[in-house]
Write a protein that binds this ligand. Structure first.
Ligand SMILES: Nc1nc2c(ncn2[C@@H]2O[C@H](COP(=O)(O)OP(=O)(O)OP(=O)(O)O)[C@@H](O)[C@H]2O)c(=O)[nH]1
Ligand SMILES: [Mg+2]
Ligand SMILES: [Zn+2]
Length: 374
């Protein structure tokens, strides 16, 4: 059988490109086909092997499970995986996860069993949704922004439900507020009701581009995706204002392909997003503050009554909001605390890696002794 010239052109609408070809070469040689993970369930996944096809149910092989050093080695929504197809059954087995280009990660919730959780992979644009009808939570937005920058994707802020404004000034004020917090990030104002701003979102959705929507529950993430799809595919529901905990409508992460190309990743509302950051996301989200901090006299300046502190003098001159500095400080402390934790995790992973190597070595030795009768 001769290989076609462009072997994986059929997955280009799902985000595949030449660089993925190179990453996949050894898997292709083994007879595997690429598939994109579009949903995750307990113990199984849904994967797409072609743009027009129905998703297949897929499970990871015992070998992948065995070799995994932690939850981060298992597929997540957005991943490209090497699959073996059992077309007659309509199922697939996942043999490998292709190294991720970008990853949205956070410190895992307490019940997760691992310190870090990858929410989605290979996302090009991280769209942070915040709605006009709720008070803006600056600290929360800062966290989302740092996470988005840290992912390697490009952050965009989307202000939803602008149809609820009583006058245009209200929208302009909200946009200005967001622009001040989201330095160097585009802010798009949208309404799923009037269709305002949807064209601007569509412009970002070039064929093969993946956009993930992140934000609190009820801001209208699923509704926005439905509006772009032109159909009520995803469940949405009324926000219950009396219930402080909110009601989460979307329960799992899901990647949907738009008919005109482009992929949208719906996520359940996140209340508290704890950072899992090596500092790069934070530096990008607070690039304005960091630029000023670089002019402090001492490189280890704590920015608290230190001589020659550029941050304090910028705040004094009214060039920098004290509030923004406070947000920055808070996240830096969190990040430092986490760096310590991350080191501990790395040490544990290294120990496990050696244990696996040891186990495999012992198995090989048994084989050599003829224990496996090959
Ligand atoms: N007026 C108005 N209401 C909207 C708009 N977008 C969403 N809504 C309403 O907001 C409510 C919540 O929308 P969802 O799309 O379910 O919110 P979500 O962000 O997906 O929520 P979770 O799935 O819980 O994270 C629904 O009642 C929607 O009808 C909009 O542009 N304008
Ligand atoms: Mg939703
Ligand atoms: Zn300083």
């Amino acid at each position: 059988m001769s290989a076609p010239l462009v072997p994986f052109a059929h997955v280009a609408p799902l985000g595949w490109d030449g660089a993925w070809d190179a990453a996949f070469a050894t898997h292709a040689a083994d007879g595997f086909v690429p598939a994109r993970v579009v949903a995750e369930h307990r113990g199984s996944y849904e994967v797409l092997v072609a743009a027009g096809a129905a998703p297949l149910t897929a499970r990871v092989t015992g070998r992948l499970r065995h070799a995994a050093l932690g939850p981060g080695d298992f597929p997540v929504v957005g991943d490209w995986v090497a699959t073996g197809l059992r077309a007659d059954e309509g199922t697939a087995s996942i043999h490998a996860v292709i190294p991720r280009r970008t990853r949205i990660q956070r410190r895992a919730p307490a019940d997760h069993g691992a310190p870090m959780q990858i929410l989605a992979a290979n996302v090009d644009v991280v769209m942070i949704a915040t709605s006009l009808n709720r008070d803006l939570n600056a600290r929360r937005l800062e966290r989302f922004l740092a996470t988005a920058w840290e992912s390697g994707g490009r952050p965009v802020v989307v202000l939803t439900k602008v149809d609820l404004a009583t006058n245009p000034v209200e929208v302009a004020v909200a946009e200005a507020q967001l622009e001040e917090l989201a330095v160097g990030v585009r802010v798009l104002a949208t309404s799923a009701v009037t269709g305002d701003g949807l064209a601007a979102v569509r412009e970002l959705l070039r064929p093969g581009t993946t956009i993930a929507l992140l934000g609190s529950s009820g801001v209208g993430k699923s509704t926005l995706i439905n509006a772009l799809l032109g159909e009520q595919r995803l469940a949405t529901s009324e926000v219950r204002e009396d219930d402080a905990r909110g009601r989460h409508t979307t329960s799992g992460r899901q990647l949907v392909l738009l008919p005109e190309g482009g992929l949208l990743l719906d996520t359940p509302g996140i209340r508290e997003l704890a950072l899992w950051d090596d500092g790069a996301g934070l530096a990008a989200a607070f690039s304005d503050v960091e630029m000023i901090a670089a002019r402090c006299r001492f490189t280890d300046c704590t920015h608290e009554r230190q001589p020659g502190c550029a941050i304090e003098s910028a705040v004094g001159r009214g060039e920098l909001a004290a509030d923004r500095v406070a947000g920055w400080h808070k996240l830096i402390l969190e990040e430092r605390h986490q760096a310590l934790e991350r080191d501990a995790v790395a040490r544990r992973a290294e120990r496990k890696r050696w244990a696996v190597i040891g186990r495999n070595g012992a198995a090989r030795a048994r084989e050599k002794r003829g224990g496996f009768g090959r």
